[in-house]
Write a protein that binds this ligand. Sequence first.
Ligand code: SAM
Length: 253
Amino acid sequence: MGSGYRVTVLTLFPELVTEYFRTSIVGRLVERGDVVPEVVDIRDFTTDRHRSCDDAPYGGGAGMVLMAQPLAAALESVDARARHVVFPTPAGLPFVQGDAQRLAGLDGMVLICGRYEGIDQRVVDEYVDEEVSLGDYVLSSGELAAMVVMDAVYRLRDGAIRRESVVEDSFQDGLLEYPHYTRPETILGRRVPEVLLSGHHERILAWRRRKQLERTACRRPDLLQRVALSEDERVFTEEILKGEKDNGRNQGS
Ligand code: SAM
């Protein structure tokens, strides 16, 4: 990998995010200089003596809103206008593997962690390049969401983890991943599928592909629309969808 991926996180809880950068895969990448983290405390950019970051919403209603002034000042301090700014929010577009791949291809990003009812829309209009949602549920603040986005992105960068692991992950080829097994051959009264012990590479590949198709047809049939399937695979998944075949919930055999 060339120069490090510069990631800046704007947050009201810097300790949460700082700890993340010390841990596991991302911790190693930071040590090697492949990821260059920067955690910015939005509160450092307040101008009143109470260091206030929230205020009541115009128009009334429950909750508070993260004020534009400290957030805009924090963004200016990291040169956000010249960088790619991502705001995780439940109101964003669904964040999917393709987005992680696209963001991994940049030289870095700025992430805004929301809080309260959200952030003043004028900051979004002025600085944010994309709003992404992790799913149809509401977290109490954006730190976990930012960490999820970062994590999905880093592991796709060259040298983060073995390339084969990434290639075989769920969503990389549009399907969910097949089930995994490790030693011993029998545990909990359950045996590893025989084919995985056969040493027969092609049969193993075929079994894994079938498991991917079963799982995806059963759990995420929406994904099948976007995957190029052979005629046999199309018939196979249609049978599962119509309930004419085992629906893939029994993952083993
Ligand atoms: N009032 C907002 C709404 O209904 O869309 C929810 C605000 S939430 C309590 C506070 C912050 O958590 C958000 O601004 C966002 O940064 C983060 N957040 C919560 N749920 C999220 C999700 N599903 N995806 C991404 N970020 C989320």
